[in-house]
Write a protein that binds this ligand. Sequence first.
Ligand code: PGA
Length: 248
Amino acid sequence: MARKPFIAGNWKMNMTVESGKQLIAELKPLVKEAKCDIALCVPAILIPAMAKAVKGSKIKLGAQNVHFAENGAYTGEISAEMLKDYGVKYVIIGHSERRQYFGETDETVNKRTLTALKNGITPIVCVGETLSERENDETEKVLSRQLEIGLKDVEDVTKLVIAYEPVWAIGTGKTATDEQAQETIKFIRKKLGKLFGVKNANKVKIQYGGSMNAKNCKGLMAQPDIDGGLIGGASLKLDFATIVNYDK
Ligand code: PGA
């Protein structure tokens, strides 16, 4: 069966209750006819208000992180159960900004992924190489490590989504070319095949992320192994609807 395309926005640390509600109200009619699955991953504190805002639309709600413990003495953290309370369906795990600024490691990515899966929330597990790693020809080595450790002990890999986000393309306006993105995502699928079996790997949705926008989305989405996008900057505007409707 073909993989259903999946476009997710990542608001990062942007928007307020008011601006978020307004954007969603404007997006709703524009994404009504979309053929893909759609999610917006919003800041944790906006989840209650945005959960109401997306009601009755195709837009599902996502979070940007989840703690690996079920509950306990983890000041400032948010549990999977708390996310579920508001109907959160997806959670971004291991975004490069969290790896870079907040000490996220492949091991913590693994723990968070297992916790999300256990709670029925679909993890969007982010992987990707830095510019120096690409220039040193280490892309495949880095991705292999991120997948091997990050997805350790995952029982059903088809229940998660992978986002390939080359760090050098995030927020820089420098998108990977269609060919670069396709080639690397094809490698990721091959690696998943080695870890989880080819049949399962062929069912995993793999998104591209990194300066994906209303202009370049068509070319990227036309690649055989690219099943969607994780959209940062362009998800803060109505451009997000254009991306969701990439096939129109
Ligand atoms: P960008 O961010 O689209 O602003 O490059 C993508 C992401 O970090 O998920």
